[in-house]
Design a protein. Structure first.
Length: 587
C-alpha cells in the first residue's frame, strides 16, 4: 500500500452554534500559560503540527511586496498579485545571510502591520492558534487582513524556532488559498536554516503553485531529514530538471520498487521527469479510479499541463480552486470560475480580477466575445449613457447576489454619480460593490441618496469614513433583517464596535435582539487583551479564529462586535468598517 501521512484538510463546514466556530480551547477555562504544540507524528491530522507530506493518500491541502493602492478610499491589499518566489539561495556568504529574527515580505510602508504586530504573545500560543484555524474564513476582508499580518516583517515571537514560525504562517496562508504568498514567505528563509516542519510546508507551497523546481535548493537536506517518499521523488524531478535523466529514472524506479508510493502519484512524478529530460519515460495520465485530489496530484498535474477532472475539486476545500486560479499552464477561460472564487476569498483583489476577466476577453475569438463576462464588463465601464452601463452591471450581478461579481464591478460602480432616481436594489448593489473593494469615499457620496432603513443606508452607516446622519436605535430597527433579524444584529454589532451608536441605545438593542455584547469567554478576553496591548497581528489572527465558517450566517453578531471593536482599537478602523459592511452585504 501507499504510505500515508494523512495531513488531512480541515473541513470548512458551516458551523451550527457560536461555540463551535472557535478553535479548541476557547470554550474552556483559560490556561495559566499556553502549552507548546505537540511534535508532529506520522498519521497525525492537520489540527496538529503539519508533518512532512507524501505524494499519496490524503495529502494535505496545506493550505506581493506591492499594494494595489486606490486613488482614494480604503486600500484593498493585492499583495497576492506577486509572482511565486524562486527557490531559496544556497551557499550564501556570511554578509548575505538573513536573520530569522524578522522574516516577512511586507514592511509597514507596504501595508505590513509592523515589527511588533504580535507583541509579547508567546510563540507557542500563536503557533497552536494558527494550526487550529479552519480556513478559509467567512469574511473576505478578514482574510485580506490576516494575509497582511502573516506576511508582515515582524519580530519572531519567543519560545518558537524562527523557521518553524515561518512554517506556521505559510501553512495558514496555504489553507487560505494564498499559494504564491506562502511560497514568497518560505523563500525568505535561507536553505540551511530549514527545519523538517519548514521542509514540509515548502513542499506544500511548491505543489500549490505547481512549481516543483522551487524545491531543488532544499531537496537534498530535506530528504535526509525525512523518510517520506515525496522527497526521493522530488529528488528525481530535480535531477530531471538538471538534465540528469539516468539519476532521475533510477530514483523513480527505486520508489516504485520499494512500494512506498505507486499508481498515479509515481506516474505524475515520472511525467515531470519526462517533460524535463525529453526522454522516452513520458507517460499518459489517466484519472480512472482516483477518488481524491491531493496536493501532490494537484501540483504535479498543473506543472505538466495535465487536466484535472472537475469532480475531484469537490473532494477538498475551496483553497484548491484558489490555487487553480493562478495556474499558468491552464488557459484563462478555463480558470474564470476559479478566479471568481479566489476574489471572493480575498486571494484576488478587485483590480486583479478585472485584469483577469479582461485578459480572457482579449484572448477570445470575436464570436466568443459576444455576451461574455468580459463584454459585459466593458459595457459597464464604457457603454454610452448611464442606463446602458447600469444594465450591464445588472447583467453581471444577476439575481443570485454573487459577491464575486460585486467585487468585479467595484470600480465601474464607483463611476456612477449619486442619485435618488435609482431603485433601492440598484443603489444597494452599487454601494455593496464599491465597499467590496474598499472604495469607501466613493460609496459615502451616496449618503444623501439612500433612505433610512435600506441596506445601502446600513452599509454606509458602518462603512463610510465618517458617521452618516440619522444613526440611532430607531433607524437600526427599521432595517429589513430577514431570517432571525440577522441584518439588524450585524448592524447593531458593527455600529457598537465602531462607537457610532450611543451606549445606552446599543445596550437596549442588544437586549431586545438577544445579542450578548457584554458576554465574556476565553476568546473575547484574548482578543480584548491583544487589542489593549496594541498587537494588531494577534488581533487579526484572533478575528479569523472568530470567523471559522464559510457562511456569514453562522458568525455570531457578538463576535463581530468584538472583532470590529478590537480592530478599531489597534488602528485598523478602515478594515473594521469593511468587515462590518461585508457582514451586511452577505448576510
Amino acid at each position: 500500500m501507499v504510505a500515508a501521512s494523512a495531513i488531512a484538510l480541515w473541513p470548512a463546514l458551516a458551523q451550527r452554534s457560536p461555540e463551535s466556530i472557535l478553535p479548541p480551547g476557547f470554550s474552556q477555562p483559560e490556561p495559566a500559560a499556553p502549552a507548546a504544540p505537540a511534535a508532529p507524528k506520522a498519521g497525525e491530522p492537520a489540527s496538529a503540527s503539519p508533518a512532512p507530506v507524501q505524494p499519496s493518500g490524503n495529502v494535505a491541502a496545506a493550505p506581493t511586496d506591492t499594494l494595489d493602492a486606490l486613488a482614494d478610499g480604503v486600500v484593498e491589499d493585492s499583495s497576492n498579485n506577486m509572482t511565486a518566489a524562486v527557490a531559496p539561495v544556497i551557499d550564501l556568504p556570511a554578509q548575505a545571510r538573513r536573520s530569522l529574527d524578522r522574516v516577512g515580505v511586507m514592511k509597514v510602508e507596504d501595508g505590513g502591520l509592523g515589527e511588533q504586530a504580535f507583541g509579547a504573545t508567546d510563540g507557542r500560543y500563536l503557533s497552536t492558534l494558527m494550526q487550529q484555524i479552519k480556513a478559509p474564513v467567512a469574511s473576505r476582508w478578514a482574510s485580506i487582513l490576516l494575509r497582511r499580518a502573516l506576511l508582515s516583517q515582524s519580530a519572531s515571537p519567543a519560545s518558537v524556532d524562527g523557521a518553524d514560525w515561518v512554517a506556521e504562517r505559510a501553512w495558514l496562508l496555504l489553507r487560505m488559498g494564498e499559494a504564491d504568498m506562502a511560497s514568497a514567505l518560505v523563500a525568505r528563509v535561507d536553505s540551511d536554516n530549514f527545519t523538517s516542519r519548514l521542509d514540509a510546508i515548502a513542499l506544500q507551497a511548491a505543489l500549490a503553485t505547481g512549481d516543483p523546481a522551487s524545491l531543488c535548493g532544499i531537496v537534498g537536506p530535506a530528504a535526509g531529514r525525512s523518510n517520506e517518499p515525496s522527497w526521493p521523488l522530488s529528488q528525481a524531478m530535480c535531477s530531471g530538471l538538471a538534465g540528469e535523466s539516468g539519476t532521475a529514472s533510477a530514483l523513480v524506479d527505486q520508489v516504485r520498487d520499494s512500494g512506498a508510493a505507486q499508481g498515479i502519484d509515481v506516474l505524475l512524478a515520472e511525467k515531470v521527469v519526462g517533460a524535463a529530460t525529453n526522454t522516452r519515460r513520458s507517460v499518459s495520465i489517466q484519472w480512472d479510479g482516483v477518488d481524491q485530489l491531493t496536493a501532490w496530484r494537484f501540483g504535479l498535474a498543473n506543472a505538466t499541463g495535465v487536466a484535472i477532472p472537475p469532480k475531484l475539486f469537490d473532494t477538498n476545500g475551496p483553497q484548491f480552486i484558489a490555487w487553480q486560479a493562478r495556474s499558468p499552464l491552464i488557459s484563462p477561460d478555463q480558470r474564470l470560475t476559479a478566479a471568481e472564487i479566489a476574489a471572493t476569498l480575498g486571494v484576488f483583489s478587485s483590480a486583479a480580477f478585472v485584469d483577469f476577466v479582461g485578459g480572457v476577453w482579449d484572448e477570445a475569438d470575436s464570436p466568443d466575445r459576444s455576451g461574455s463576462l468580459g463584454e459585459q464588463l466593458r459595457a459597464a465601464y464604457s457603454a454610452d449613457g448611464e442606463s446602458a452601463r447600469l444594465s450591464a452591471l445588472r447583467s453581471i450581478w444577476g439575481d443570485t447576489g454573487a459577491y464575486g461579481r460585486e467585487i468585479l464591478t467595484a470600480r465601474a460602480a464607483a463611476e456612477f454619480p449619486a442619485s435618488k432616481d435609482l431603485s433601492s436594489n440598484d443603489t444597494d448593489r452599487l454601494i455593496a460593490s464599491m465597499l467590496s473593494a474598499g472604495l469607501d469615499i466613493q460609496a459615502a457620496r451616496w449618503a444623501n441618496s439612500v433612505s433610512s432603513g435600506s441596506l445601502g443606508w446600513a452599509m454606509l452607516a458602518v462603512g463610510a469614513p465618517r458617521p452618516i446622519a440619522g444613526i440611532d436605535a430607531s433607524a437600526v430597527k427599521s432595517i429589513s433583517g430577514g431570517e432571525d433579524d440577522r441584518r439588524i444584529k450585524f448592524l447593531l454589532a458593527g455600529l457598537a464596535g465602531l462607537g457610532r451608536l450611543a451606549p445606552d441605545q446599543a445596550s437596549s438593542l442588544a437586549q431586545s435582539y438577544d445579542v450578548p455584547l457584554a458576554r465574556a469567554d476565553s476568546w473575547t478576553r484574548a482578543i480584548d487583551r491583544a487589542a489593549t496591548a496594541g498587537e494588531a497581528g494577534t488581533v487579526a489572527l484572533l478575528a479569523a479564529a472568530g470567523m471559522q465558517t464559510r457562511e456569514w450566517r453562522y458568525v455570531p453578531p457578538a463576535y463581530l462586535y468584538h472583532i470590529v471593536s478590537a480592530l478599531r482599537r489597534v488602528g485598523l478602523e478602515p478594515e473594521a468598517r469593511m468587515i462590518a459592511a461585508e457582514a451586511l452585504a452577505r448576510a
